[in-house]
Design a protein around this ligand. Structure first.
Ligand code: HEM
Length: 357
């Protein structure tokens, strides 16, 4: 596992593979069809994205799919012959957080890859979800404190970008621009510092609420309109929140922990560790009889911190020709909308890097 983590730390790229692989960990685990007792952290993402337009909710993680197609075979060749995609996806998501300054989350090995399987990607939450809907989603997947999980796990939006350029769909509220409810701001970075995992997401969420309050004051106190608008403008520019979802804003209510996390990084990291661990095991049978431990690692043991986490400039594996830095373009695909904001995000036309020989 350490080998895998170290290799990931040297090949993930802050611009694309790093945040995208954190998102992929979420997608692979959370694609659990509760009604049919099927799916979970089982590597199904790999098969699904071989046929991406049948699984449009996963199009937004096509970057990580291309990365994993090189990474896992490379790791198998370099001393981890039993490495599963299911484990690699969750571990690399953990490394991504760590590289961005977040906690080193101890994760279990032993997730099995399902055989030629296709989970139901439509069960993933969409960007128009309310806090209650997010909590129900995690509760149905067995997380111990669903409301808290909803707030904490969305802290992943510290990192990365809205990459899709989805035209507005009035019915679903998804996409950018247009009339009616819009649940995504615009393409661009999720936060002002999209390479840093430290909970600044929560501060920015609250700033958005402050902006709304300020706007109300502006309406009442006409005399200070000009000053307030200038201030709002300054705050908005400061936040840089181009990629900002309705489901993110829904977290900021008096009853939740957003205010705790914005002021207490340690509390955020502690709870993140708990819920990332739980998410990483959704749908995984951890009973002793069925738990398949790979590469000699015992289940349950902390894996410790891998040092140094030094990304290699340009990244890519030596000798494979793979270089993920800006290598994968995300052109628009007309005629689809909704879901994870990714249905229009990515086309299948990208060239996956050549697999290691
Ligand atoms: C539960 C409700 C969630 C919703 C509705 C949601 C939705 C979205 C959407 C719409 C995007 C932008 C996609 C695009 O246009 O490219 C996005 C990006 C992202 N999401 Fe979430 N997400 C949720 C939870 C999570 C969780 C739990 C994680 C990880 C644990 C996560 C990690 C990320 C990351 C890292 C990105 C940036 C990806 C990149 O830069 O490529 N999200 N999410």
């Amino acid at each position: 596992m350490q080998l895998v983590r170290r290799a990931a730390s040297q090949t993930l790229n802050y611009a694309d593979t790093l945040p995208n692989c954190l998102r992929a960990a979420f997608h692979d685990a959370a694609e659990r069809d509760v009604g049919n007792d099927a799916g979970g952290a089982n590597g199904s993402l790999m098969q699904e994205l071989d046929d991406p337009f049948s699984y449009p909710d996963n199009l937004g993680v096509a970057i990580c799919h291309a990365y994993m197609k090189v990474f896992v075979p490379e790791m198998r060749a370099q001393g981890c012959p039993n490495l599963t995609f299911a484990d690699a996806i969750q571990w690399v998501g953990g490394v991504a957080v760590e590289m961005a300054g977040g906690p080193a989350v101890p994760l279990l090995p032993g997730r099995r890859d399902c055989n030629n399987c296709f989970d139901n990607s439509t069960v993933l939450p969409d960007e128009c979800f309310t806090l209650d809907e997010l909590a129900n989603f995690w509760g149905a997947r067995g997380l111990s404190d669903p409301l808290k999980a909803a707030v904490v796990l969305n802290g992943a939006h510290d990192l990365g970008n809205v990459r899709s350029t989805v035209p507005h769909d009035t019915a679903s509220g998804t996409g950018f621009g247009g009339a009616g409810p819009v649940c995504i701001g615009a393409p661009g970075p999720m936060t002002a510092q999209p390479n840093l995992f430290d909970g600044h997401y929560y501060k920015e969420s609250t700033i958005i609420i402050i902006i709304i309050v300020i706007i109300i004051i502006v309406i009442i106190i006409v005399i200070i309109i000009v000053i307030i608008v200038a201030h709002v403008q300054q705050l908005y520019t400061f936040t840089g929140r181009a990629g900002y979802l309705f489901s993110d804003r829904s977290l900021v209510t008096p009853a939740n922990a957003t205010s705790l996390y914005m002021n207490d990084k340690e509390a955020f990291f502690k709870d993140w560790t708990t819920f990332y661990q739980e998410m990483s095991l959704i749908g995984v049978d951890t009973g002793p009889a069925n738990f398949n431990v790979h590469d000699g690692f015992l289940p349950g043991g902390p894996i410790g911190r891998v040092a140094p986490m030094t990304p290699v400039p340009g990244n890519g594996f030596a000798g494979t020709g793979a270089n993920f830095s800006g290598a994968i373009q995300l052109p628009r695909v007309p005629g689809q909308s909704g879901g994870q904001g990714s249905r229009l995000a990515v086309s299948a036309n990208f060239q996956a890097p050549a697999a290691a020989g």
